[in-house]
Design a protein around this ligand. Structure first.
Ligand code: AMP
Length: 360
């Protein structure tokens, strides 16, 4: 067993959104302190810990002080600038290791990394110039989906295109370039697998969740997913293989498309706790937030066993205002404490808990 951080150690978290907030709460429960680093003074994570740095991600003096204050540093979002993570490597103990970001921040690098390990990904084509569009669309079929290779999230930075003209318009209007054009996958459903990998290489995997998106944003995650035992085992196998090839430490989310025959394509990976794992806080012995903290602290991983069935429902924009009126039996709420509600902004979630289906 690698050296475990003692109680009272400080976990540094880059990013101050809801994931940082929930990580901080879980860390406190285990007896750790957390220090949040985020440029935005209104970050929801600042509400739950007194230790914070409000500074840009390229402020080296602030980063150094943050590294000195932290016994281990982790991320709550994958778009931490590579230069920031690179600068912190050395002054800080970074978990997961910063090289993971170079894979997960670039859709093309990510797909290549996964495909090279023999795991199927969606058919795709790199679009670096306008000349790439016509052959790519011919090869992939129409419609297809044009995506920025970097900085996309919650359906942002991507557009469905049916013709070369539409793809060219997307090329000039979406930011930043370059792009990847993906064939439209005729999936039967979408699932995700959240797993934790410890410093010693041990893994703990949560049950697969079935995910439904609305306007490109996750709407619900339902567990158990409506998939066969074989498909579930294959998803766990793929996710475990990806984590081990990345020498990963922490919680990793892997999103899959499930085809009609039960086979799987990896859509994307997220090197952090994941929205489609928020159900774990309501129904698992150890939730994804505690699991991430345990992993990066060098502690033994917890028990991911699920004790009930659950549907996690995201509350987007003004839907958050309904929380007080929706607290029926079996509902566990989580509000992120964001000062301002905007359309498309994740404001909180509800976990709808029901008795466990026997055998599932
Ligand atoms: P992404 O940001 O790549 O995870 O895409 C967000 C959502 O768009 C996915 O969860 C799918 O619902 C849909 N989507 C993305 N790429 C594809 C694809 N190649 N084929 C079909 N649907 C897709």
């Amino acid at each position: 067993m690698a050296e475990a951080l003692p109680l009272g150690s400080t976990i540094g978290i880059l990013g101050g959104g809801q994931l940082g907030r929930m990580l901080s709460l879980a860390a406190s429960r285990l007896g750790f302190k957390t220090h949040i680093y985020c440029p935005d003074p209104d970050s929801p994570a600042f509400e739950v810990t007194p230790h914070k740095t409000v500074a840009p991600y390229d402020n080296e003096a602030a980063l150094l002080a943050f590294a000195e204050a932290s016994d281990v540093v982790t991320y709550e979002f994958e778009n931490v600038p590579a230069s920031t993570a690179g600068f912190l490597h050395g002054p800080a103990l970074l978990r997961p290791f910063h090289s993971v970001l170079s894979v997960s921040q670039d859709r093309l690098a990510e797909k290549a990394f996964i495909a090279e390990r023999g795991i199927p990904v969606a058919p795709h084509w790199a679009i670096r110039s306008l000349d790439d569009i016509a052959p790519a669309l011919r090869a992939l079929g129409s419609p297809a989906i044009m995506k920025t290779t970097r900085l996309g999230y919650d359906g942002k930075g991507q557009r469905k295109v049916a013709t070369v003209e539409e793809a060219k318009a997307a090329f000039t209007e979406l930011k930043p370039s370059p792009f990847v054009l993906e064939g439209l996958v005729p999936f039967a459903r979408e699932i995700s697998v959240i797993l934790a990998r410890g410093v010693d290489g041990s893994t703990a995997v949560f049950d697969a969740a079935e995910n439904v998106h609305r306007d490109g944003i996750l709407h619900t995650s339902t567990v158990p997913a409506n998939i066969s035992a074989e498909t579930a085992a294959l998803a766990v196998d793929h996710a475990t293989k990806i984590a081990s090839h990345l020498q990963y430490v922490g919680v990793l989310g892997v999103e899959f498309f499930v085809l009609a025959d039960g086979s799987l394509l990896v859509n994307e990976i997220a090197p952090r706790v994941h929205n489609s794992g928020h159900w774990t806080e309501a129904v698992c012995v150890t939730d994804q937030f505690e699991q991430h903290i345990r992993a990066i602290a060098g502690w033994p991983l917890g028990d991911p066993t699920r004790l009930a069935d659950v549907v996690m429902e995201n509350l987007i924009g003004d839907e958050i205002a309904a929380i007080p009126g929706r607290l029926a039996v079996g509902i566990r709420p989580q509000a992120y404490g964001k000062a301002e509600s905007r359309p498309g902004r994740k404001m909180g979630h509800l976990n709808h808990i029901t008795p466990k289906t026997p055998g599932k």
